[in-house]
Each structure stands twice: as structure tokens, then as C-alpha cells.
Design a protein. Structure first.
Ligand code: GLY
Length: 359
């Protein structure tokens, strides 16, 4: 008997288990191996400003999570002894068409008025910052506070920290059904005061769990190149593609966003688009070796917001549906779930993420 059972060993489930382990006995179950599904595929961008068009609640949630990141990383690196390639070099958003330049300028205006340290750059200023960029630029925004992390390293560090804090992890456990304070699998039941559903794209499939939630996968194809030391320092966004350079020498090029169910193949069309965009951003990358290509399935909801809060089944909570932002939102999700489990009001309003909003 544990105080808490967390179902799902991605970045969200592991972060929740780790934080709750301070005050509770925690068992984490994963249908496969921990950290090998969506989180393993993530690019690791911690960049709330670069996609935000207003200061709505979701932007505030992302900002609140980013504000927790320095401490999260410090603790994880100390507890695990691992380096998670945390970068604070910022992000350049580049526009090559009048339409995307207009979007950038609108973003610049509201972010500057709201007091965020965002800079509108001329093409020659971009060239000074990132000399290998070759795409024609009309306007560019620099967001110096945006960050990144290497998700696979991060997952290893959170897992190590979970072990150090006494979390029990069992892999290859496929939970079938949920009832009050109880999980059911392979003709077995287990009980806990609190059960957290953090199963990403698989969160909608437990028998007995109410309300039902509409989670569907969005495939992302992504690849990594071996870049010469220091070739790129900052993240770069251009159109629907991005570069995430790592201190470890990889240049991540992402990502497609495809509504094709659980199909998860790397395809010529997907890779073709990424490579075409990568070569447009910088012709220099044409000679970089391709290290790896892969896909991930983002857990998307109809309004693209996460699902956080109590279910209609006593003792059971959802912490899922983080879509494009699981890595960024892991610390604030862990904090929210810890508050709920310990009977406190979360520090941030979670009503926009209510599980019942789709009922
Ligand atoms: N957060 C980046 C992506 O989903 O591709």
C-alpha cells in the first residue's frame, strides 16, 4: 500500500512522483519503460514567449513553470550528478515574409508593453549573433530569456532523483481500469489514497475513469545533426520549423505536427520538409552528418490546453494533455498536483484546465 500511485513515467509523471516523494510513499507505474515515449522525442524548448500572442492563463502557466526551472535543474543535477545541458542562450524568431513579419511585430509590441525583455532586430544584427544563418530576413525577434534542456538527459536525472527520494518504479505494467482509490491490472488491484493519471496519449483509455477526456496523438517528426563546435548558440524559429542547438554538439531540427492517430513512422515527406527548412535557415547545415531521426506523439486536447485536476472518481487526478509543452510544464504540474494531493489550493488558477470542460 502506497500513499500515491502515479500512472505514467514520462517527464510529467516522473516529476510529480519526485515532488510527492518528499512527503508521501510513491509508486510509479509505466506501460513500457519510463521516459521512452513522448518525452524521449521532445526537443526541450523552454520558450513560452516565442509562441504567445497574449498574456492569457496558459501563457501565465508556462511562465510560472519557467520560473521554477533554475531550481528544478539545480536540484536535479545535484541529486543525480548528471548534466542536463540546460541552456539560457535565448531564442531568435525569424520572419522572411510580410505576413510572418507582421506577426512578429505584433508579438514584439505586446511583449514589450508587458515588460518582457524582447528585442526587435535588423538582419545585420542577426548575422552578428548567428553568422551561419543564410535565410533572407525581413524582421527578427530576440527573446533572451528563452531556454532549452536536453529531455533525455533530463529524464535520466529525474529518474535518478526519484530513486534517491525513495520512489518505487515498476515498468511494463498496463493498467486496465480505475475505481475509487484503486487501480486494476492483470487480475490484480492496488489501492492508494491518491492516484495520478499522467499517461499522456494513453490517458483516455482506462475503464471506469470519469469524466472521459478527448486526448489524441499529434505526431512530430524530428531529427538531429552533428554541428561543428559553437556553430549555433541560440534557438532559432522560422516558419513551422526550429533549431535547438545543444552544448553537447547536436543541432535538433523540428518538427512536423501530424494528425495521423498512433501511426509513428518517419516519412520522406516529413523529413523532406524538415531538411528543406533547415537548409533554408542555414545552407551551412548541408554538410552536417545526420545523427538520428525519430518521431513522438504529443498528447493533444481539442483546445490544446492540458487537463489538470480531480476526476469524478474519488482519489483520482488527471495531469495530462500537455501537447507541445510537457517538458516546460513539468515543474508547475508537479507543484499543482502536490498541492491537490496535500489538500491545498494550487498557487495558480487551474480552472481553465478542468477535466470536466469537455463533458
Ligand atoms: N514543443 C515543440 C514541439 O512540439 O514541436
Amino acid at each position: 500500500m502506497h500513499d500515491v500511485i502515479v500512472i505514467g513515467g514520462g517527464v510529467i509523471g516522473l516529476s510529480i512522483a519526485r515532488q510527492l516523494a518528499g512527503s508521501k510513499s510513491v509508486l510509479l507505474l509505466d506501460r513500457g519503460a519510463t521516459g521512452q515515449a513522448t518525452s524521449h522525442a521532445a526537443a526541450g524548448m523552454l520558450s513560452p514567449l516565442s509562441e504567445a500572442d497574449n498574456q492569457g492563463p496558459f501563457f501565465q502557466l508556462c511562465r510560472a513553470s519557467l520560473a521554477l526551472y533554475d531550481q528544478f535543474i539545480d536540484e536535479l543535477q545535484q541529486e543525480s550528478g548528471l548534466n542536463v545541458a540546460y541552456s539560457k542562450e535565448g531564442l531568435l524568431s525569424l520572419a522572411s515574409s510580410e505576413a510572418s513579419a507582421a506577426t512578429l511585430r505584433q508579438r514584439y509590441e505586446w511583449q514589450r508593453q508587458a515588460g518582457f525583455g524582447v528585442e526587435l532586430l535588423l538582419p545585420n544584427q542577426v548575422k552578428k549573433m548567428e553568422p551561419l544563418v543564410t535565410v533572407p530576413i525581413i524582421d527578427a525577434l530576440f527573446m533572451p530569456a528563452e531556454r532549452s534542456v536536453a529531455p533525455r538527459r533530463l529524464l535520466n536525472a529525474i529518474r535518478e532523483s526519484c530513486f534517491a527520494r525513495g520512489v518505487e518504479i515498476r515498468t511494463g505494467v498496463h493498467v486496465d481500469a480505475i475505481s475509487p482509490n484503486t487501480i486494476h491490472f492483470a487480475h490484480t488491484t492496488m489501492q492508494a489514497a491518491s492516484i495520478i493519471i499522467a499517461s499522456g496519449v494513453w490517458s483516455g483509455e482506462f475503464e471506469g475513469l470519469k469524466p472521459r477526456i478527448p486526448i489524441s496523438p499529434r505526431k512530430g517528426q524530428i531529427l538531429s545533426l552533428a554541428m561543428p563546435a559553437g556553430a549555433f548558440r541560440r534557438m532559432i524559429r522560422w516558419g513551422h520549423s526550429y533549431f535547438v542547438p545543444r552544448s553537447t554538439g547536436e543541432l535538433i531540427v523540428g518538427a512536423t505536427n501530424e494528425d495521423v492517430g498512433f501511426e509513428s513512422a518517419v516519412t520522406p515527406a516529413g523529413l523532406g520538409r524538415l531538411l528543406t527548412d533547415a537548409l533554408a535557415i542555414s545552407s551551412d547545415v548541408g554538410s552536417y552528418p545526420i545523427l538520428e531521426t525519430w518521431t513522438g506523439l504529443r498528447p493533444a486536447t481539442p483546445d490544446e490546453l492540458p487537463i489538470l485536476g480531480s476526476t469524478a472518481v474519488p482519489g483520482v487526478y488527471y495531469a495530462t494533455g500537455h501537447y507541445r509543452n510537457g517538458v516546460l510544464l513539468a515543474p508547475i504540474t508537479a507543484s499543482i498536483v502536490t498541492d491537490l494531493v496535500e489538500g491545498r489550493d494550487p498557487s495558480i488558477d487551474i480552472r481553465p484546465y478542468s477535466p470536466s470542460r469537455f463533458s
